[in-house]
Structure formats: C-alpha cells, structure tokens
Design a binder for this molecule. Structure first.
Ligand code: ADP
Ligand code: MG
Length: 272
C-alpha cells in the first residue's frame, strides 16, 4: 500500500512531505549493477568477450555499435535471458522478494502487445503481484504519464506505432522497474515520433530514477539521452564516454555535437 503511494507520488511529481523529490530520492528507484568478465559464445563465435562494467544506480547508459557486435546479447545476459559462459552479473538490489530479475524489465523494437486485450489490460500485464489489488488504477495512472489516458479502452490495432510503443513503455513502468533495458525501442518509428518518444523517455527516467540501458543505432539519440555512451565492437567495449551535459538538453548543443562526432569517428574507424 505504501509502495503504491510511493509510485503515485513519483508519477505525479508530488512528494509526501511536500518538498520536491531531489535527485537523491529519485536515484533510489534504481539499482547498481556490476558485470565482471562475462563471456558468451554461440558455436565458434565469441559474441561477448570478457566485458567488465560498473553501472551506478540510476545511470542512463546508451550502447552503440555496428550490427552483430553483441549489443543485444549483452542486454539478454543482463536480463538473464542468456546464461554467460564465464563471469558474473551482480545487482545491488533487484529481487525485492520477487526473485532475481524481479524488478528488471526489457523493451524491444516491437511493442509485443496482446492483440486481444485492450490497452489498459495490456498495461496491467506488467503489474507486480503485490499491486494486483489496485492494478486498474495504477495502469491508468501510468497511461496518463505516457499521454495515452484517452486510449485505455482501445485495441492495440487502433493505435499508431508510436502509441503502441508508449503502451509497451507503460507496461514496463507499471512494474516500477529498478532497471529498464531498451533494445532499440525507437528503431521502427518515424523521425518525429522518435523525437517525442526520446523526450518521454528522458522525462520518465528523470522522474522515476531507474537505471536505464538503451541500445540504439542513433548516436544523436545516445548522446541526447545518456549519462554515458558505450561503444561496442566485436563483443568488447572499445569506448566509454561520459556525457556530462546538463539536462534538459537542447538538440543544438555544441557540446553534445562534439561528443557525438567523437563517437561517430570511433564507429567509422572500426570499419577499417
Ligand atoms: P547486435 O545486437 O549488436 O546486432 P547480437 O548480440 O544480436 O548483435 O548478435 C551478435 C552475434 O551473435 C551475431 O553474429 C548473431 O548472429 C549471433 N547470435 C546472437 N544470438 C544468437 C543465438 N541465439 N544463436 C546463435 N548466434 C547468435
Ligand atoms: Mg541487436
């Protein structure tokens, strides 16, 4: 019950004590993770090669790299969907009584909605066991947060691609994830929808404080959203760039453009 009040306050931006939640309070919604020497091979090919990675709670990490470099495999290893051949992945606090991975959610390029369930019911799929008694209210609050309150009784087929991805985001957020893994979730959207989804992601991340790991092909998207950009090549992290630019970030920021071009340079030299 207290938990529900907690998320409602976060979603509405109001704090119980009357003061606005500071960065520290919001960071409480995340988890730190520590990856040590993980490796994964498929047949003869080593797809992830001894990756070490420390991610503090609440950090927004973007992962870029050419197709086939192992980005999705890395996310799947973190999500527990693949078992590493070697190494460990430890979370600071993730289970919360629901087992390892309980508070971890993943979003994909396709929204993966249930076509026979209306929008609200699709979001309720993500509800935690402990929140079941209030699932409709909570799902409807989260739908408001992603701007889809008026669509809750629609079928997924009646929505645009961007709206379906927002439902998928709401389904992930309704479980109050401490870590959200995003595997090119905006990859199939048109340019304008993509921009508005980027703003939405930036806003909910800042509000809820989960740890975010976003795989993207779009370097501009990576630098505009992330605290840190990892460049992956052939299963290894070849560049780890801090994006220390204050938020909200503007698209014409010279500082962001500079970081973006240094990352592009790295990606292009890999072509040699
Ligand atoms: P990325 O997401 O960077 O495009 P992936 O992690 O999906 O790359 O894939 C990295 C490599 O591993 C690719 O060569 C891919 O074909 C291979 N691979 C990924 N998953 C499997 C699997 N389940 N079985 C065999 N090979 C796989
Ligand atoms: Mg991939």
């Amino acid at each position: 019950m207290q938990d529900i009040r907690h998320i409602k306050e976060r979603l509405s931006g109001a704090a119980a004590s009357g003061d606005t939640p500071g960065a520290d309070a919001l960071a409480d919604g995340g988890t730190a993770l520590s990856i040590l020497g993980i490796r994964k091979r498929f047949g003869e090919t080593e797809v992830v090669r001894a990756i070490d990675l420390e991610i503090p709670s609440g950090q927004f990490v973007a992962v870029v790299g050419r197709s086939g470099s192992g980005k999705s495999t890395l996310l799947r290893l973190i999500a527990g969907l693949e078992t590493p051949d070697a190494g460990t992945i430890a979370f600071d606090r993730i289970g919360g009584g629901e087992g390892e991975g309980g508070y971890l959610r993943m979003m994909f390029q396709e929204p993966r909605l249930l076509p026979w369930a209306r929008v609200l019911a699709n979001v309720e799929v993500g509800i935690r066991e402990a929140d079941k008694a209030h699932s409709k209210a909570l799902a409807s609050d989260v739908l408001r947060e992603v701007g889809l309150e008026s669509k809750q009784f629609e079928w997924p087929s009646a929505l645009s691609g961007g709206q379906r991805q927002r439902v998928a985001l709401a389904r992930a957020l309704v479980s109050r994830p401490r870590i959200l893994l995003l595997d090119e979730p905006l990859g199939a959207l048109d340019a304008l929808t993509r921009l508005s989804m980027q703003s939405l992601l930036a806003r909910v991340w800042a509000k809820l404080g989960f740890t975010a790991i976003l795989v993207t092909h779009d370097v501009q998207e990576a630098v505009s959203l992330a605290d840190r950009v990892l460049v992956i090549d052939d299963g290894s992290i070849v560049k780890d760039v801090r994006v220390g630019v204050a938020r909200p970030r503007t698209r014409d920021s010279a500082e962001l453009a500079k970081i973006q071009s240094s990352i592009l340079e790295e990606l292009l030299t890999e072509d040699n």
